[in-house]
Design a protein around this ligand. Sequence first.
Ligand code: FAD
Ligand code: DHB
Length: 388
Amino acid sequence: MRTQVAIIGAGPAGLLLSHLLHLQGIESVVLETRSRDEIESTIRAGVLEQGTMDILNETGVGARMRAEGALHHGFELAFDGRRHRIDLTELTGKAITVYAQHEVIKDLVAARLEAGARMLFGVRDVALHGVDTDRPHVTFTRDGAEERIDADFIAGCDGFHGVTRPALPQEGRNDYQRVYPFGWFGILVEAPPSAPELIYARHERGFALVSTRSPTVQRMYFQCDPKDNVDNWSDDRIWAELHARLENRDGWQVTEGKIFQKNIVAMRSFVSTPMQSGRLFLAGDAAHIVPPTGAKGMNLAVSDVRLLAAGLDAFYRRGSAELLDRYTDDALKRIWRAEYFSWWMTSMLHTFADASPFQREVQRAELENVVSSRALSTALAENYVGAF
Ligand code: FAD
Ligand code: DHB
């Protein structure tokens, strides 16, 4: 099989890249190890920045997001028994949409299939060859038979545990990493929303986040031991923990409901550079990870592929490799700002077991500063909506 761009991975990065390239008249094939059902049902992120909403709308895949997603103009920071609103729209002129990542995936898969895209699900043994030549190729097995795709370029969109990052030359690589000593316990609940906007709460017992998915399904998270097991958490224990962490002087309470999904996510910050070598380019989680506080993961994947699609467009349309050559440098500017923001939000809102009483007081003072200074609230809001 021959194509212009072989895309490894059908997450938000791979699918959106394939969609953008199609709109630019560039052919691609997407290879994915999981089934279509699996990628369309895995629960992950939920917050789309303004720039992500804009690109989905501009490229014709935003209709369901506009109809079913919830546009939010602010969120709340809760600490010391009080809630403080950050008015995103007043501070930045922008907003966010709460719309689940797997719904974005469904919309992109539907658009690609309607356009006659080649997407191969359930492939195995994906291996890259000749990435430092002008004729790279990918081998894989499908239904037990070995197959091969010859391409001009390979896009590594296969997430943190994929095969494309290890295929980059090891010499000259720099990996930056921080692993956090906690994770997030996530639940999906059948209940009406507890509040009109998201609530990020700091409490001595640990961080908690109240988010939403629809008028009838809610998403909530609380800081936990990353090695804990969901089986240790009965529904009653989960509600008791959430009530304790979200207790509030105004009497507001989280609304309970039937918990129908529980999972634990480990947390790390990670950046691997350079994001390219020869004809191989990485995008999204394949190249970098952020802790989920601040909801940047999926949005960063989108901003990477936007740059990569522009670089490939310049290459095919004008024969210019300039943007492709600069891809890592251009992408890293945004990535490091998001790494900083996610680290900052994580540090400000979570409980660190080894924090001294001094550090705990300074952490509270920082939150106090953020909610009482318009300048700091604006900086937080700009980062949250991705206003740069
Ligand atoms: P992915 O979505 O990981 O997609 C990569 C795809 O490549 C996958 O479908 C995978 O099956 C496929 N693949 C892997 N290896 C191969 C291979 N060898 N060959 C072919 N295909 C391959 N972010 C938030 O902001 N908030 C959250 O609450 C949140 N929760 C998360 C929970 C989990 C469990 C994880 C893993 C991530 C979470 N994230 C969250 C981060 C966010 O979901 C990611 O940043 C986003 O999915 C990145 O998109 P991507 O396309 O780069 O990678
Ligand atoms: C969600 C996830 C996040 O990481 C976040 O900061 C806000 C909301 C969510 O899944 O709804």
